[in-house]
Design a protein around this ligand. Structure first.
Ligand SMILES: Nc1ncnc2c1ncn2[C@@H]1O[C@H](COP(=O)(O)OP(=O)(O)O[C@H]2O[C@H](CO)[C@@H](O)[C@H](O)[C@H]2O)[C@@H](O)[C@H]1O
Length: 479
């Protein structure tokens, strides 16, 4: 059995702002059959602690960056969780990163230094807990653990850093360095220093024994300046320890045969059951759907996701007889843009601004096609859910989207392996061409159902990737 301490700022279903939480929440269950026992260390946000009423205090810190803290252990919702109960750092309602004014909390440097520091302490077994073989850090919020461990006395566990999104790097001004409790020698180009300040993701990539990201294509993209956003040089220098491991989805949560959010269950063998979901979706979003393509979006509304291009391409989507159902929340200018479009095109565009799991499931079950026009996409989870639910993914050919969808080009159609539509580059023109191509495919119902069936039969589970992580951990633990 390999023991892993997984360190992250989010884990579904306890706290979630994006796909990071889905992955951190699903990996422990996926890894258990492969001989890996995962404990997950999380900040004790109110939503985390309230899910652990029977939590046991297993360690205490007199002063964790400005106040006392405890580590609380419990097994909420099937996860083996250690939560850092530090009210001065994490006892705030709402979003984990930003205050009610929408701005980052002033003390984020200290809040996530605390997560890294406690991870390092637990990792070395000094907090009175059994030391794991591996500390697995997810994204910048956990990154400083690698620096604390690098400067700690031996023995120390091996470390893995996973990049879920290179656009969030956890950069803070140099003035925070003094408060971190790292030795002076750590503030250098071979340490945590990054563009004159402190880089938490940089620290992870500098010191981790292995670096992974969530698709092979994204692993290649982040070694180039456009994708690496300042960290590409470091990644190229460490290319021998970098790899891409695709995400999966929890196929119990995403199962159209048992999903309670659906109007009608269905399966790959009986996709006709989707019709009732299409009608329910149309009704819920106020859409007059005819024979045209019912397109959908389920997404954080951010420029990463390329949805401004979709807003610009709406005349084409409507022109090919399409309708659109969108579930999303995020940047106000995009929320306003889509709300306005819906108001201008009643019956053709239906928009729900907010976060709603039930709607996300119903949309996947009822839509004909799911649009993911991302500018970059480390892996992407919604296109995996779409494949499983029989909504054809229409995606830009970047990152994990390139790795998980097989474009319905003539060769793939002839070979009977197409699962969706890809386009490149991520531009309005290429997206519009993809919308036209999708409508043409849809008009040929035998062809369409064949592509749909291929997608529904493709393996989007964690199985293969869990094996890959288990192998990576076992190799590291042996060295
Ligand atoms: N309004 C809404 N209502 C309900 N559900 C909503 C929603 N908006 C989004 N979701 C859900 O949130 C998740 C989003 O995950 P993604 O992987 O697609 O993107 P994200 O960019 O957050 O994740 C980052 O991390 C993940 C994990 O590694 C990478 O796959 C990805 O490429 C990277 O950008 C999905 O489960 C989706 O269904």
């Amino acid at each position: 059995m390999t023991a892993v301490l997984s360190v992250a700022s989010e884990a579904y279903p306890l706290v979630k702002t994006g796909g990071l939480a889905d992955v951190v929440g699903a990996l422990p269950g996926a890894l258990a059959p492969h001989g890996v026992a995962v404990r997950t260390l999380l900040p004790g946000y109110p939503s985390v602690l309230s899910a652990m009423p029977d939590g046991e205090t297993v360690a205490h810190f007199d002063d964790l960056f400005g106040g006392p803290a405890e580590i609380v252990a419990a097994a909420p919702r099937g996860l083996d969780v250690l939560a850092i109960d530090a009210p001065h750092l994490f006892g705030r309602q709402g979003n984990p990163y930003v205050g009610p004014d929408g701005r980052d909390w002033d003390d984020n440097a200290l809040r996530f230094a605390a997560l890294g520091k406690v991870a390092a302490e637990v990792g070395r077994g000094v907090a009175g807990l059994p030391a794991p073989d591996i500390v697995h850090m997810h994204d910048w919020q956990a990154g400083l653990a690698a620096a604390y461990l690098a400067f700690a006395p031996h023995p120390r566990p091996k470390t893995v850093a996973t990049i879920h999104n290179m656009a969030f790097q956890g950069w803070f001004p140099a003035s925070v360095f003094g408060a971190l409790g790292l030795p002076e020698a750590a503030f250098g180009i071979d340490g945590v220093e990054y563009f004159g300040g402190v880089g938490y993701l940089k620290a992870a990539l500098q010191f981790a024994d292995r670096i992974t990201t969530v698709s092979p294509s994204y692993a290649a993209e982040i070694m180039e300046p456009d994708g690496g956003l300042g960290l590409d040089g470091l990644l190229r220098a460490r290319a021998d320890v970098v790899s891409g491991v695709l995400n999966g989805v929890d196929v119990e949560v995403w199962n159209p045969e048992t999903d309670p959010a659906l109007a009608s269950p269905y399966s790959a063998a009986n996709p006709g059951g989707r019709d009732a979901n299409r009608r329910a979706l149309a009704q819920e979003f106020g859409l007059d759907v005819g024979d045209g393509v019912l397109f959908a979006v389920i997404s954080r509304l951010s420029s990463q996701k390329g949805l401004d291009l979709l807003a610009d391409a709406m005349p084409t989507l409507l022109g090919v007889g399409g309708t659109l159902a969108l579930v999303g929340a995020g940047e106000p200018w995009l929320e306003e843009r889509f709300s306005r479009l819906a108001a201008e095109h009643p019956g053709r565009i239906g928009v729900f601004i907010g976060y709603d799991e039930r709607k996300a499931h119903l949309v996947q079950a009822g839509a004909d096609a799911l649009l993911v026009p991302s500018r970059f996409e480390p892996c992407g989870l919604t296109q995996l859910c779409a494949l499983r639910y029989g909504a054809l993914p229409v995606v830009s050919r970047v990152g994990g989207l390139a790795d998980t969808v097989i474009d319905a080009n003539p060769a793939a159609i002839a070979a009977g392996v197409a699962t969706g539509v890809q386009f490149s580059p991520t531009s309005q023109g290429a997206l519009e061409a993809a919308l036209r191509r999708t409508a043409a495919l849809h008009a040929d119902s035998d062809l369409w159902t064949g592509i749909q069936r291929n997608g529904m039969r493709s393996d989007v589970s964690w199985d293969a990737s869990a094996r890959t992580y288990a192998k990576l951990y076992a190799e590291l633990a042996r060295t």
